[in-house]
Design a protein around this ligand. Sequence first.
Ligand SMILES: C[S@@+](CC[C@H](N)C(=O)[O-])C[C@H]1O[C@@H](n2cnc3c(N)ncnc32)[C@H](O)[C@@H]1O
Length: 442
Amino acid sequence: MATSSGRSCLQYLLHLAQDNLDFRLPSPFWCLNGLVEEDVRSIMARSVCAKSAFELWGHGRTHSELRTSLLNYPSENMSPFMHKDSTYRINVYTFNKTLQFAERIKRIDAMEYLQFEGTVNLKNPQHIFCLLEDYGTDPNNIPEHPDYIYFGRWIADGQRELIQSHSVKNRHFIGNTSMDAGLSFIMANHARVKENDLVFDPFVGTGSLLVACSHFGAYVCGTDIDYNTIHGKGRSSRKSQKWRGPDENIRANLRQYGTEKMYLDVMVSDASKPVWREAALFDAIITDPPYGIRESTRRTGSNKEITKPTEGIYVESHVPVSQAYHLSDIFTDLLNFSAHHLVMGGRLVYWLPVYRYCDEMVPLHPCLQLISNCEQTLSSHTSRRLITMEKIKNPEDLDTLANVADPRFSPYQGHNAFREKYFSGLNKRCGKEDHRSAVNGD
Ligand SMILES: C[S@@+](CC[C@H](N)C(=O)[O-])C[C@H]1O[C@@H](n2cnc3c(N)ncnc32)[C@H](O)[C@@H]1O
C-alpha cells in the first residue's frame, strides 16, 4: 500500500456489511489510518464485506462534538468538493434505527454550518456526503440518541453485488457442499488472488472457489476424488431435478460468469497422492477439504494386502478401493503439499473444522506463516476456521530437527497422541451432526 501523502491527516471510514460477524468486531464502522484514497479504492474494488468507504471529515459522540470536529477539519481538504461550481447531495444513514423522512431532513438542515457553496443535485451529483449515525448493535435496546456519529465524503462502494450475481441459487452446476459466493470471494481475497495467478483447489467439488478466483483474473485448476463431481454426472443436488443435466460441470460455471478463458482443467485425483511434479507451481492454494459431514473423507488405497496388476497391463474393470482419510492426515497432507507447491509468498487458504471445547489447535508448518484465523460457528459443539497461511521458506532449506519439538508441526511427525485426540473428538461430533449452512439456499 502507498503511504499517506498530499492532502494531510486523511482518515477513512468503512461501512461494513453485518454478516460474517464471527470474523470481526460487530461494529458496522471501521476507521482506517495511514492510507491514501487510491488504497481505499483498491480495497473497495475487491471487498465483499464493506458496503461503502468515506473520507472521514468529522466524528463525535454527539452532534455538538461532530460539529466541533468538522469545523476543525482542514478547509483545504474540504474546499475542492464544496466550491460554487460543484453539485452535491447529503445522505443520512442510521444503523440499528429507522428515521422518518422529516427527521432526516432535519439532520441535513442542522449541518448548515458547513460552507457548501455548490448546488444540490439529488439524482447525479459530483460529490456525495453522508451523515452516519450508529445506534449500537442491540435491536431490543435502541438508544434515543446515537452512540456515535460520523460525517464524510463518499469515495466508493464495495463489491456486495457479487454475492447476488454469483449466488449458488442460480448457478449452473452445484453440489451439496458448494461454497457460498460471499465466502468464496472472501477466501480469494485472503489468498490475494490477482490477475494471471495460477490457483489450485485440491478438493475442488463443484468449483465455487475457482469461480471466485477466476473473477479476479486467475487461471484455475482443481482435483477431486469423486468421478461424478468432476464429470458432472450422477444425482442432482437440486430438489426439482433427479439427475445432473448435460454440461453441468465446472467449466460451464465459469462460462456462466464470463471467465471460461481462465479455466485450465480439473481432474479426478486423490489429494493424499498428489500427481504434480515437484516444483513451486501455484500462486495460491485455496480449498474446502471434506469434514466427513456431507461428504465422506476417503482416499484411495486399502489396509488389506492387494495383488497389484502386472506393470504395464491395463485392467479395464479395475476400480481403486478406498480407505478412511483421517482429518488429521488431510490437514497434514495439505500443509505439506502447500509447502512444496506454493511459490514463495504464495498463500494457502482453507477451512479447518474445530471442536469448540478443545484448546485452539491450528496445524502449523515451518515453511508456512499463519496470517489469519477466523472462526465461523456451525453448531453448539463445532465450528470451522478460515485459515490463511503464507509460504516463507522452501522445505529444502529447513533444519527438520529444529521443528520436531512442536507437536503441531505435524508434517514432520506423522501421527501423535495430541492430534489424534483432537481430531477424533471432532470426527465423532461431526459424524452425528450436520449444521453446515444449506447450500441451495445460500
Ligand atoms: C467440502 S467439498 C468441496 C466443495 C467445493 N468447495 C465446492 O464449492 O463445491 C470437499 C470435496 O473433497 C472431495 N474429496 C474427498 N476426499 C478427497 C480426496 N482424498 N482427494 C480429493 N478430493 C477429495 C469430495 O469429493 C468433495 O467434493
